[in-house]
Design a protein around this ligand. Structure first.
Ligand SMILES: [Ca+2]
Length: 295
């Protein structure tokens, strides 16, 4: 999605409010102590609203630890919306009007081997390949494009009634996120909705599910604007584990100081079913990482 449509409950906004209160308090000398402590209470209150609760529910997701195995270059012109590996090849779908593409990428160089540019009126979103057929979502345009993998030729378009965000496949269905906390399971034949699954964290519905990847029976999802990758049980919607990629994201922010932090979000997860390798990247990131989860 585009950062222009940011829900009001985001951390960055709330952190900004806390800093603003502290700034005002600093200059209200007569009331410094009282307001300072009130501000701390307010900030702590926001933390609770963000889900960083003092007491985790019994069914809170486990921490999903990971290590970086290898680092590869990534095209900083790619506003990554979907990342996949299919038959050993790396493919990426990118967004932004006038810059949206579907391309095959050389892992070693980060350069496109083959690509299709979308018309500038479309904002590309999630991407997946099922049975040698490529599916690519669009954002507000509510179109799904279908291409042949062999020659990247567009063979079909479907109209949908939702914003497209993330896309993956369990080998039978297309699994879609649309910026909410729900996953939508579609039959690719005729593009019919078969099931909707609400995703929950500790029993509470989540939100901002974005780029997706199906890995060994679980759906992994980036949470837009947050440093999390969720591991979701698709049968129940429960987030069973959660990885925090803050350290990688902070490194990218430092490397790209001119970019708005909420624009260069983590938003690419790919899985090579043959080699069992997992790759992650983000929008306009200069690097792509092979990572290994600890569990
Ligand atoms: Ca993916």
């Amino acid at each position: 999605m585009n950062f222009n449509e940011i829900p009001k409950s985001f951390n960055s906004y709330e952190s900004g409010q806390c800093l603003f209160l502290l700034y005002i308090n600093f200059y209200m000398k007569n009331y410094v102590s009282a307001f300072f402590f009130l501000s701390l209470i307010a900030c702590n209150g926001n933390s609770t609203n963000n889900g960083e609760q003092d007491e985790k529910p019994a069914n809170a997701p486990k921490s999903l630890n990971y290590s970086i195995v290898a680092t590869f270059p990534h095209d900083t012109g790619s506003y990554t919306q979907g990342l996949i590996v299919y038959n050993g090849g790396l493919y990426e779908g990118t967004g932004n009007y006038g810059r949206s593409k579907f391309k095959q990428v050389d892992l070693k160089t980060g350069k496109a081997l083959k690509e299709v540019a979308l018309d500038e009126k479309y904002f590309g979103e999630g991407l997946t390949i099922l049975r040698d057929t490529v599916y690519q979502l669009t954002w507000r345009e509510k179109k799904v494009f279908v291409y042949t993998l062999k020659d990247f030729k567009k063979i079909r378009e479907y109209d949908v009634d939702f914003q497209g965000w993330g896309l993956t496949t369990n080998g039978r269905q297309l699994i879609i996120s649309n910026g909410t906390g729900d996953l939508f399971f579609y039959n690719p034949d005729g593009f019919k909705l078969e099931r909707t699954q609400t995703v929950t964290e500790g029993g509470t519905p989540t939100f901002n599910l974005n780029e997706l990847e199906y890995i060994d029976g679980y759906v992994y999802a980036n949470q837009y604007e947050y440093p999390y990758i969720f591991k979701i049980d698709p049968a129940t919607g429960e987030i069973v584990a959660k990885a925090d990629v803050s350290s990688i994201w902070e490194k990218i922010k430092k490397a790209m100081p001119d970019k708005y932090p909420t624009d260069i979000v983590p938003n690419g997860i790919a899985y090579d079913t043959a080699s069992k390798k997992i790759y992650i990247t983000g929008k306009w990131w200069p690097e792509l990482y092979e990572i290994r989860f600890a569990q």
